[in-house]
Ligand binder design. Structure first.
Ligand code: SAM
Length: 270
């Protein structure tokens, strides 16, 4: 472990652990862009997933004064605590983020989530966050660009799928900017991108039964080349698809998010 007095960037360096998806952001331009996109305001409760060596943590702390960070790697806890000491109040939760009850962490309020996520856990972390959407005001995540493309895709796109529909059903999803491999140490093999997600107000969602929506979307895209009639055969019959105003011979990739919600709601009594 090497300590340095680097300005806003990493305050120390430790060997990256591949199994934990450790690719540390090193280029100041992108650190500034992330902090600028989050744009913390007084009173905000910031929670970072995977602070690593503090590339985003310390600049956010410098700007905002207080931050909670959830980090799984025991070896990073002490140096991170040390690096933050002079800058602000850093609360570190030493845990697997998937085991953290984000609603409890929000304590009745709403948190703002930030993270350059471990790419091997992107989808589980996104779905975990969705489970706690009511306690989250917004999320700014760095992910593989390919994943961000899928998250933000609309009907008709080749990459429109389960991830797009499920995330967009609950959140407004906006791809913000791309980040090249060279901005990280060590560089990942793929391009990255930063995405903003803003959970919709519970009252405006119109989702009667989240589990049923999930079941319908999973079945529809489980066999995306098939017609809805065939792909959804274990979930409902053609007449239910028609009753929801959809064509049984359409394919999942053509169906709008709102239509999936309407179809799932219409299956209430099936
Ligand atoms: N935020 C730092 C940066 O931008 O340089 C590090 C980002 S690195 C891509 C991902 C971070 O997530 C690492 O610090 C890694 O140890 C941490 N991590 C990996 N799996 C985790 C988990 N299940 N829960 C919490 N943190 C995790």
């Amino acid at each position: 472990m090497t300590r340095s007095n680097a300005g806003d960037g990493t305050a120390f360096s430790a060997p990256a652990k591949k199994a934990l998806g450790q690719h540390f952001l090193a280029e100041q331009l992108y650190i500034d862009k992330i902090v600028g996109s989050v744009d913390p305001r007084p009173g905000d409760r910031l929670v970072e997933i995977g602070p690593g060596q503090g590339a985003i943590t310390l600049p956010l702390l410098r700007r905002h004064g207080e931050l909670t960070a959830i980090e799984f790697d025991r070896d990073l806890i002490e140096p991170l605590t040390h690096a933050a000491r002079e800058i602000g109040t850093l609360h570190i939760v030493h845990s697997d983020v998937l085991k953290v009850d984000l609603t409890e962490l929000a304590g009745g309020g709403q948190i703002r989530l930030v993270g350059n996520l471990p790419y091997n856990l992107s989808s589980p972390i996104l779905f975990h966050a969705l489970d706690h959407a009511g306690a989250i005001r917004d999320m700014h995540f760095m992910l593989q660009k390919e994943v961000v493309d899928r998250m933000a895709a609309g009907p008709g796109s080749k990459v429109y799928g389960r991830l797009s529909v499920m995330l967009q059903a609950y959140c407004q999803v906006t791809a913000l900017f791309n980040v090249p491999p060279g901005a990280f140490r060590p560089p990942p093999k793929v391009d990255s991108a930063v995405v903003r997600m803003v959970p919709r107000e519970a009252a405006t969602l119109g989702i009667d039964n989240p589990r049923r929506l999930s079941e319908v979307v999973r079945a529809a895209f489980g066999q995306r080349r098939k017609t809805l009639r065939n792909a959804l055969s274990t979930v409902c019959d053609s007449s239910a698809i028609e009753a929801a105003g959809l064509r049984p011979d359409a394919r999942a990739e053509q169906i709008e998010v709102a239509d999936f919600i309407r179809l799932a709601n219409s299956l209430r009594n099936e």
